[in-house]
Design a protein around this ligand. Structure first.
Ligand SMILES: *[C@@H]1O[C@H](CO)[C@@H](O)[C@H](O)[C@H]1NC(C)=O
Ligand SMILES: *[C@@H]1O[C@H](CO)[C@@H](O)[C@H](O)[C@H]1NC(C)=O
Ligand SMILES: *[C@@H]1O[C@H](CO)[C@@H](O)[C@H](O)[C@H]1NC(C)=O
Ligand SMILES: *[C@@H]1O[C@H](CO)[C@@H](O)[C@H](O)[C@H]1NC(C)=O
Ligand SMILES: *[C@@H]1O[C@H](CO)[C@@H](O)[C@H](O)[C@H]1NC(C)=O
Ligand SMILES: *[C@@H]1O[C@H](CO)[C@@H](O)[C@H](O)[C@H]1NC(C)=O
Length: 833
């Protein structure tokens, strides 16, 4: 039955398959079914091809999302309520020292409130966590309510297994506190709705609004105004989390009784530290640097008709003004309808997540949950702050919480290319608009402030990923190719005053072809010279590919040359101590061309000095978040790395060494491609096994199921790709291919209105530890014809919407094939020029 209805939808989709007009807003009822694009015969039966493509549809993928993954153990994941890429991320804050997203999955930590803004999976200092609400069931008097964080904080209820009584799903969060109050949260893009249900018999339900306690307790210039009718507006200036900047943010909070008329508050006032002062409406506390805890507090009428009272709090937020915070709240949540806001949020998640469908036959539920949870975290950041940019006036979209393109360019945006190109195009427009107004594209950015650059000018590969794949649709998506190209050139050619916050070390890069050690320029405190060199080379590769797409032959050639500059920091003579055969390393180099020496164990688990390579590391040797011996980063020319390494055999033994000796660390993004690098040695079976072993060892759906920070979805998108049997090469037309964890997967692309299905013939499940199994690719057919490679797929396959059929074997000694296009491209073997 279902199948027949699906056919009708798909026929409609087929007729418009070639159009490039913007897709109409998809509604839940009109989701084209991603599972098949069959051509029905007149009698309604389907061909074999259609049966091959058919995937039973998962209509509620939100039910498979586990938001608590990575909420202990340093994952810093935000598990609260948000819509896809929402500015509002409403969640619980705790006094855990370890959680940058407010929440901690460990029940021992006390709850300090429920705030509206968070980032997810970040490092640096605690970001955002602005405007906490807190409820009281039983203060003895208004004046005795404990209002500071230290005095009011409270534990959650604990379930028999020791975990806190918290629950979360896309667009929703709830908890039960030990004071008997139940808290539920849901969200729209710029407003949130909280429901506080007080224990039965509560006579004087009270709710506090905290204006000043952000995650860093950094408020200056606070403003608080309490309206006796039951409303608080306010705001302050706060410190950004990973840079020297500040941001201002404002809120507007009002209330409604659920199922009864709340009336006016019976008591109201401003609170300052531990003193709620009845009848006050504002304190003009305008001392720069002065920190205190302050906000508004109310006593409300209890429900006259029911034993338990539920009060709804509606919270608008704006980076412009509290007037705008109020209008955001009113326009997005006009009628305080909690269930409707929750349903809308969940529907938008289901529509988005449902564009990627998987056949779960023979697959452990844990893997399916891991997949949809990872896909979910791909769409939490960056956040859509459109209309909320305080720095300049523009009608362009404005996305913030980029929190480092260095983390996300490798996998997050390539995953969006497959199923969410329209949102991707808006993020790109926002980045171009930042370049037009600030001079350089953003790298790290949060809370409207520039953050410290990690390695390169890594918006370049984000723009490149978009343009290399969507150049034909760019104009329809309102992305100007000229503006995009000019923005890339600014990064590549214009020396910024402070390349710790903007752009690149352009002058050094152009003069030397690497970033020399001991060369300091204004602002260049954390030079990270070796890591910057490899990233700048990749950034220039991106520009060459965009130039090529635009027909700018000379520029394409110039930047392709510069893309090879990573070789300038390769020292063939350095080996791992006691491992003479593991030879050839990226090393720091002086301006005169000679090399300094860094121990290749630097920053690894084997480092005798136990150094780290974080931004604030005590010992800075030029490496940033990439253990030295695994800095083999040149996705544009892996063939060159093989050559530098002395050939295929020594390259393979180098990769094997990284895994067998525990050097490999998937938490640092430049390393994420390493399991797939065997492809370039024509040994894709080893990539399949290594990538599966990495998933088995380090990623699961438990609260501790991430080995490090999620990095704003960088890890989520990376895990999603591995489970799909794919690994992207950003800003190119190729995606590396392994075998999916599902017998069938499909991507619906709403821009092309096409569906691509990958089917694994003979699928027999996934080995638990990732070792062996019927998972290696023997051959590949695309739309019924043998394909040129078993190791990668061209973008054209996804653009057109094809059927990819994989024949599996349990023989790990498979190859990419024998034709001249069998190996994935590299610059030095003639690819990309
Ligand atoms: C229905 O379609 C099938 C598959 O193409 C075909 O074999 C069969 O002859 C068709 N039957 C009729 C009555 O048209
Ligand atoms: C949580 O608060 C309770 C009561 O104030 C206190 O006993 C406990 O130590 C706190 N927990 C932590 C981890 O600080
Ligand atoms: C909290 O308590 C309510 C009512 O007793 C219950 O329905 C709910 O499942 C509990 N847990 C959460 C996380 O809301
Ligand atoms: C590596 O060693 C060889 C042979 O001793 C020498 O010629 C070459 O200059 C050395 N290279 C570097 C970068 O030190
Ligand atoms: C070489 O690198 C080491 C380790 O980073 C550093 O201490 C030393 O100063 C460097 N040498 C020179 C001449 O800069
Ligand atoms: C889940 O992943 C974490 C982080 O990598 C790991 O420490 C833990 O052992 C894993 N748990 C299971 C049950 O595999």
């Amino acid at each position: 039955m279902t199948l027949f209805r699906l056919l009708l939808v798909c026929e409609i989709a087929l007729t418009t398959a070639q159009s490039t007009v913007l897709p109409p807003q998809l509604t839940a009822g009109s989701i084209p079914v991603p599972s098949s694009l069959p051509s029905a015969n007149a009698n309604g039966s389907t061909s074999t091809d259609d049966n091959v493509r058919f995937i039973p549809k998962i209509s509620d993928p939100a039910s498979l999302v586990v938001p608590f993954i990575g909420t202990i153990n340093g994952g810093h994941v935000f598990p609260g309520a948000t819509v896809p890429h929402g500015m509002i991320k409403a969640g619980m804050d705790t006094d855990s020292p370890g959680n940058h997203a407010g929440y901690d999955g460990d029940a021992q930590y006390n709850v300090t409130g429920f705030s509206q803004l968070h980032d997810s999976g970040t490092g640096g200092s605690v970001p955002l966590s602005n405007f906490k609400l807190f409820a009281y069931a039983s203060c003895s008097t208004f004046e005795k309510c404990p209002t500071t964080i230290a005095n009011r904080k409270i534990l959650r209820k604990v379930l028999p297994d020791g975990s806190p009584d918290d629950s979360a799903s896309p667009g929703y969060f709830s908890t039960n506190l030990t004071n008997g109050i139940r808290v539920e949260l849901t969200a729209t893009r710029r407003a949130s709705l909280h429901r506080y249900t007080f224990p039965s018999g509560t006579k004087q339900p009270r709710i506090l609004v905290d204006i000043t306690n952000d995650g860093q307790r950094s408020a200056t210039y606070p403003v608080v105004e309490v309206d006796p009718a039951g409303k608080v507006v306010g705001g302050a200036e706060f410190a950004a989390s990973f840079g020297p900047g500040k941001y201002k943010v404002f809120t507007c909070v009002d209330f409604k009784g659920e199922g009864y008329d709340l009336g006016k508050p019976t008591e109201y006032g401003v609170w300052l530290n531990n003193y709620p002062t009845r009848g006050t409406t504002n304190i003009n506390q305008l001392y720069p640097g002065f920190q205190s805890e302050m906000g508004g507090i109310f006593t409300f009428n209890a429900s006259p008709s029911s034993d338990t009272t539920s009060i709804l709090a509606r919270i608008g937020v704006s980076f412009i003004s509290y007037t705008q915070a109020c209008s955001n709240a009113k326009s997005e949540i006009p009628d305080f309808d909690f269930d409707k806001v929750h349903k809308d949020a969940r529907d938008s998640w289901n529509e988005l997540l449902g564009r990627v469908q998987v056949d779960t036959t023979g697959v452990d539920e844990e893997i399916t949950k891991l997949f949809y949870s990872s896909l979910y975290r791909t769409h939490v950041s960056p956040a859509d702050y459109s209309g909320e940019n305080p720095k300049w006036k523009s009608n362009e979209p404005y996305y913030d919480s980029l929190y480092c393109n260095w983390d996300t360019y490798r996998t997050l945006y390539p995953l969006m290319s497959l199923h969410d190109p329209v949102t991707f195009s808006k993020i790109v427009r926002g980045m171009i608009d930042i370049q037009k107004n600030e001079g350089w594209l953003p790298e790290c950015r949060g809370a409207t402030a520039q953050h410290y650059i990690q390695g390169g000018s890594n918006a370049d590969p984000v723009l490149g990923e978009f343009f290399v794949k969507f150049s034909k649709q760019a104009k329809d998506l309102q992305v100007s190719p000229d503006d995009l190209y000019n923005a890339l050139l600014a990064d590549a050619e214009k020396q910024p005053p402070n390349w710790n916050l903007q752009g690149r070390a352009v002058d050094l890069w152009i003069k030397y072809g690497y970033i020399p050690q001991t060369m300091y320029e204004p602002g260049g405190a954390n030079t990270k010279y070796v890591s910057r060199t490899v990233e700048h080379a990749f950034d220039d590769f991106v520009i060459s590919q965009v130039a090529k797409t635009l027909g700018k032959t000379q520029d394409a050639h110039k930047y392709l040359q510069r893309a090879g500059n990573f070789v300038n920091v390769w020292n063939a003579n350095v080996s791992v101590p006691d491992q003479p055969s593991v030879r050839g390393m990226m090393q720091p180099r002086f301006a005169d061309g000679t090399f300094n020496y860094t121990d290749p164990r630097h920053c690894s688990i084997h480092d005798p000095e136990k150094a780290t390579c974080f931004l604030n590391a005590a010992r800075r040797d030029g490496f940033y978040e990439s253990e030295h011996s695994q800095l083999l980063y040149a996705p544009q020319d892996t063939a060159k790395l093989i050559e530098l390494q002395g050939g295929v055999d020594s390259f393979v033994s180098r990769l094997d060494f990284l895994f067998s000796e525990g050097y490999f660390d998937s938490t640092n993004e430049p390393s994420q491609q390493i399991p797939f690098m065997y492809h370039y040695a024509n040994k894709p079976g080893l990539s399949t096994q290594r990538s599966r072993q990495v998933i088995a060892q380090f990623y699961n759906t438990s609260k501790s199921g991430l080995p490090g920070n999620d990095d704003s979805g960088a890890m989520g998108s990376y895990v999603a790709f591995y489970l799909l049997g794919l690994y992207p090469l950003p800003s190119t037309q190729q995606i590396l291919l392994s075998s999916p964890y599902f017998p069938k997967i499909s991507f619906y692309n709403p821009l092309f209105k096409s569906t691509t299905t990958i089917v694994s013939q003979g699928f027999k499940g996934n080995p638990r530890d990732g070792t062996g199994g019927l998972v290696f690719i023997e051959s590949v057919k695309v739309d019924g014809k043998p394909y040129k490679s078993n190791c990668y797929l061209d973008w054209a396959i996804f653009e057109k919407g094809s059927l990819v059929e994989l024949t599996l074997t349990d023989n790990i000694a498979v190859t990419c094939g024998s034709g001249k296009s069998a190996l994935p491209p590299s610059i030095s073997t003639g690819g990309y020029s």
